[in-house]
Design a protein around this ligand. Structure first.
Ligand SMILES: [Zn+2]
Length: 372
C-alpha cells in the first residue's frame, strides 16, 4: 500500500496534464487486469482530457456495486519533483497523498483481498476512475450518472478529515447577474446614461438573502465586474455568486425568488437578468445512506474504534451517483484515507488509518453484498 502510494504520488497528474494522467492510467489498468477485470477506457468529454477507466468484475451473486474515485489532482506539473512522497511519523505528505491517490489503492487492494478470500457474492463490481474531478467532472459526470444508475450500491473513496464516512455532500451552483444600461460621458452628460454598475449594486443588496440556512443553502456574491474607464457611465455590469445547496429543489426556488426580486429596480431603464447554473448536484441526506453508515459504524466497533457519519459542505462526484428520484443506488462517500489540508502544499494523510479503513472497505462490501 505504502509503496503503491509513493509511486502514484510521485507522478504528477494535475487535471488536464495528459502525459501524467496516462502514466497513472497504465498502472491502474494493469492492476485491474491482474484482478481479472474487463477494462474499458472511455475518453472524457471535452473540455476534459484523459480517460475514464471503467473496470468490471463478474461474480455469482445478485447485487451490483460501483467503486469510484478520481486520479487527477489540483497540483501543477513539477509539484511531485518539488515535494515527493515522504513520511514523517504517522503522516504522509506529497501531492494527492490524501486526495485521492490512496483511494485508488483502497479500491484495488480491497478487491484483491476479496479475491484472495474467495468472495464472489456480487453480480458485478464496476470500478470507475475518472480524470477530471478537480475541475467539476465536466468530462465524466455523464458517464458516472449512467453507470451509477444500474447499481445497488456506490462507494466513493474521497478522503474524510477524521475517522468518518460522509453521508451527504453539498451541491454547487453559480448565480449569474447581468445588467444592461446605457453609456454616456460621466463629465459632460451623465444624465443621458443609465448606470449599469449602480443598478448592479442595488440588485446585489436586494439579492443578498437568497440563501436559506434551514435548508443548507448559501448564496454569496463574490465576483463583480463593471466599467473600465472612470469618465464613462458603464453600460454593462455583471456579478457572480457562489451557491451551495443540499436539496436539489433549491436551484429552482432560488431562480424563482431572484426573478421576482430583480423586478424592483433603482434605475428603471436598465435591463436585469439572473440565471442559476447547476455545477454539481448535492448528495442529499437519505435513509438508505444512513443505514449503510450505521453498518460501517458497527464494523469499526468490532475494531474497538469509533466512526462518525458526517455531512460535508463541499461537493464531490457522489452527487452524480446519487439520484434523489430513485432509492437506488445507495451511495456512501468518504471511504478513502483520513487526511486534511487538501489542495494545499501541506496536505497530509494519516498512515494509521490505512489498516482500519481497508478492513472497513472489505467488510462493508462483503456485508452489503451478502444481504438479499
Ligand atoms: Zn478529491
Amino acid at each position: 500500500m505504502l509503496q503503491g502510494c509513493e509511486t502514484l504520488v510521485n507522478i504528477d497528474s494535475g487535471t488536464g496534464y495528459v502525459e501524467g494522467l496516462s502514466k497513472i492510467e497504465a498502472i491502474l489498468v494493469a492492476r485491474l487486469k491482474a484482478l481479472g477485470a474487463e477494462v474499458k477506457l472511455v475518453a472524457s468529454e471535452e473540455p476534459a482530457v484523459g480517460n475514464i477507466i471503467v473496470g468490471t468484475l463478474q461474480g455469482k451473486g445478485t447485487r451490483n456495486v460501483m467503486l469510484m474515485v478520481h486520479y487527477d489532482t489540483v497540483f501543477a506539473t513539477g509539484e511531485a519533483a518539488k515535494r515527493p512522497f515522504k513520511m514523517v511519523g504517522n503522516k504522509a505528505f506529497g501531492p494527492g497523498v490524501a486526495d485521492a491517490k490512496p483511494g485508488l489503492l483502497f479500491i484495488l487492494n480491497s478487491l484483491e483481498m476479496m479475491k484472495e478470500r474467495g468472495f464472489d457474492r456480487y453480480k458485478t463490481i464496476t470500478i470507475v476512475f475518472n480524470a477530471d474531478e478537480e475541475k467539476s467532472s465536466l468530462g465524466s459526470r455523464t458517464a458516472i450518472k449512467k453507470l451509477a444508475a444500474d447499481q445497488d450500491l456506490v462507494l466513493s473513496y474521497e478522503p474524510p478529515e477524521q475517522e468518518q464516512v460522509i453521508i451527504a455532500t453539498n451541491g454547487i451552483a453559480y448565480v449569474h447577474l447581468d445588467v444592461k444600461g446605457l453609456s454616456s460621458h460621466a463629465g459632460s452628460a451623465p444624465e443621458k446614461g443609465r448606470n449599469a454598475a449602480m443598478e448592479m449594486a442595488n440588485q446585489i443588496l436586494q439579492l443578498k438573502d437568497l440563501g436559506d440556512p434551514a435548508k443548507g443553502t448559501t448564496v454569496n456574491w463574490t465576483v463583480l465586474q463593471s466599467g473600465d474607464r472612470v469618465n464613462i457611465i458603464p453600460d454593462k455590469a455583471s456579478a457572480k455568486a457562489d451557491m451551495r445547496l443540499s436539496e436539489l429543489s433549491e436551484l429552482e426556488r432560488v431562480q424563482q425568488d431572484a426573478n421576482r426580486i430583480i423586478g424592483k429596480k433603482l434605475i428603471p431603464e436598465t435591463e436585469v437578468a439572473v440565471r442559476v447554473e447547476d455545477r454539481r448536484p448535492p448528495f442529499s441526506k437519505n435513509a438508505n445512506t444512513d443505514a449503510l453508515a450505521l453498518s460501517a459504524k458497527a464494523i469499526y466497533q468490532d475494531l474497538g474504534k469509533t466512526l462518525e457519519p458526517v455531512a460535508m459542505r463541499f461537493g464531490t462526484d457522489a452527487g452524480f451517483a446519487y439520484n434523489p428520484a430513485n432509492p437506488k443506488p445507495t451511495v456512501l462517500e468518504g471511504m478513502g484515507i483520513v487526511g486534511d489540508k487538501l489542495h494545499n502544499p501541506d496536505e497530509w494523510a494519516d498512515l494509521d488509518s490505512i489498516v482500519p479503513r481497508l478492513y472497513l472497505s472489505v467488510k462493508l462490501l462483503e456485508k452489503s453484498l451478502s444481504e438479499e
